[in-house]
Design a protein around this ligand. Structure first.
Ligand code: MLT
Ligand code: MN
Length: 312
C-alpha cells in the first residue's frame, strides 16, 4: 500500500492567508526550513493506479496539480480521475470543502459516518455532487468496510473507522451547551485503520483527536504506522502566539507536548512509524531547526510534509 500525505497542515494551511505570525512570515518569505504546507489530506492506493482520498481539503486543486498520481492518466478518457473515493474523518471545513472542487459529473464515492453524512445532506451546496453520480455511503463504527468506487468496484483498500474523542465542526457548535462539548457526539470525529487486500501492513490515520484514552491506546498498540493529530505543540500555543483565544483542547486537538500530550501518552506503545499530520501554523515544529522539532525527533516522531510518501 502506498500512502501520500498530500496536505500536512491544519485548517488555514501554512502560511495561512491572514497570518502574520513569525512562522507564516518565514514560510511566505521562502526561508529555508519553513516548508509551506497545504491543508489536511491523505491519499492511499493499493495498486498505484486507483486512489482513495482521506478528507478533501480546500487546497485539493493544488494538491492534485502537485501529485501526478491523482491526475488523469495520458491514455484515460477525456474526462477521468484516478480518485475512486473520498473518506471523511469529520465535517470540518478543512476536510470537506474540497468536495466542491470535485464537481464536473465525475463518478467517485463518498464515505463518512452517519453524523457527517447528515451534515453533507443538510448543506445543499454539496448537491453539486449529484448523489446519483457520487454516491454517499455509510461508514458504520468499528466495522471493516471495503472501499468501492462509484460503480461498486473494489479499490483494494479497506477501512475500519472508530470514534475518537473529538469535536463537532466549528460551524455546528451549539454555543448554549459548552459543558456538552458544544453538542459533539460520537461519530463527529473518527480515526481510520487503512489496509490493502494485496498485503502489506495497515496504517492508522487520526488527523483530529482531543484525548487519548485507554481504548485508543489499546487500538493503536502494535500499529506499523500512525499518522496522528499534530495541530499544536502546546495547548495554549495560539494564546501565547497572540493569534487567538482558543486552546488546542477547545478546538478538539490534543497537544503534542507536556505531561498528557500525545508524545507522552503514546510513548509506551509499540508503533513502527509515528508521524504528525494536521500541523497548525502556530506550531513551532514547522521550523525544521527548532528545539521542539529536535525534541520530537528524539522522541521518535516525524513531522509530515506535503508529498511525503510511506510504503507499507
Ligand atoms: C479543526 O481542525 O479544528 C478545524 O479545521 C478548525 C476549523 O474548521 O477552522
Ligand atoms: Mn482541521
Amino acid at each position: 500500500m502506498r500512502l501520500k500525505i498530500i496536505g500536512s497542515a491544519a485548517g488555514g494551511g501554512f502560511p495561512q492567508w491572514n497570518c502574520n505570525f513569525r512562522l507564516s512570515r518565514a514560510a511566505r518569505a521562502g526561508e529555508q526550513g519553513f516548508a509551506p504546507r497545504t491543508q489536511s489530506s491523505l491519499a492511499a492506493s493499493a495498486d498505484g493506479s486507483g486512489w482513495v482520498l482521506f478528507n478533501a481539503s480546500p487546497d485539493i486543486r493544488q494538491q492534485i496539480a502537485q501529485t501526478p498520481e491523482l491526475q488523469p492518466a495520458p491514455d484515460a478518457p477525456l474526462r477521468s480521475t484516478p480518485i475512486r473515493a473520498v473518506v471523511l474523518t469529520n465535517a470540518d471545513v478543512d476536510h470537506v470543502a474540497g468536495l466542491l472542487s470535485l464537481r464536473e459529473r465525475e463518478p467517485f464515492a463518498i464515505y463518512a459516518t452517519r453524523r457527517v453524512l447528515e451534515v453533507i445532506a443538510a448543506n445543499s451546496i454539496f448537491n453539486v455532487l449529484d448523489p446519483k453520480i457520487v454516491p454517499r455511503r455509510l461508514l458504520p463504527p468499528d466495522e471493516t468496510v471495503i472501499i468501492r468506487d462509484a460503480r461498486n468496484r473494489d479499490t483494494g483498500l479497506s477501512v475500519e473507522s472508530f470514534s475518537v474523542p473529538g469535536k463537532i465542526a466549528l460551524y455546528l457548535e451549539d454555543a448554549s451547551r459548552p459543558a456538552a462539548d458544544f453538542g459533539s457526539e460520537a461519530g463527529d470525529t473518527i480515526g481510520v485503520r487503512v489496509s490493502a487486500a494485496n498485503g502489506g501492513k495497515a496504517a492508522y490515520y487520526v488527523p483530529g483527536c482531543a484525548d487519548i484514552n485507554e481504548r485508543l491506546r489499546i487500538r493503536l498498540d502494535g500499529a506499523a504506522c500512525l499518522l496522528f493529530d499534530g495541530t499544536v505543540f502546546t495547548d495554549d500555543e495560539m494564546l501565547t502566539a497572540g493569534v487567538g483565544q482558543k486552546t488546542g483542547r477547545r478546538m478538539g486537538h490534543l497537544a503534542m507536548w507536556g505531561e498528557n500530550g500525545s508524545v507522552a501518552e503514546l510513548s509506551r506503545l509499540k508503533i513502527g512509524r509515528r508521524v504528525f499530520v494536521h500541523i497548525n501554523n502556530t506550531n513551532p515544529v514547522l521550523d525544521d531547526t527548532s528545539p521542539e522539532r529536535a525534541a520530537l525527533r528524539t522522541a521518535g516522531w516525524e513531522v509530515a510534509h506535503d508529498g511525503m510518501e510511506i510504503v507499507l
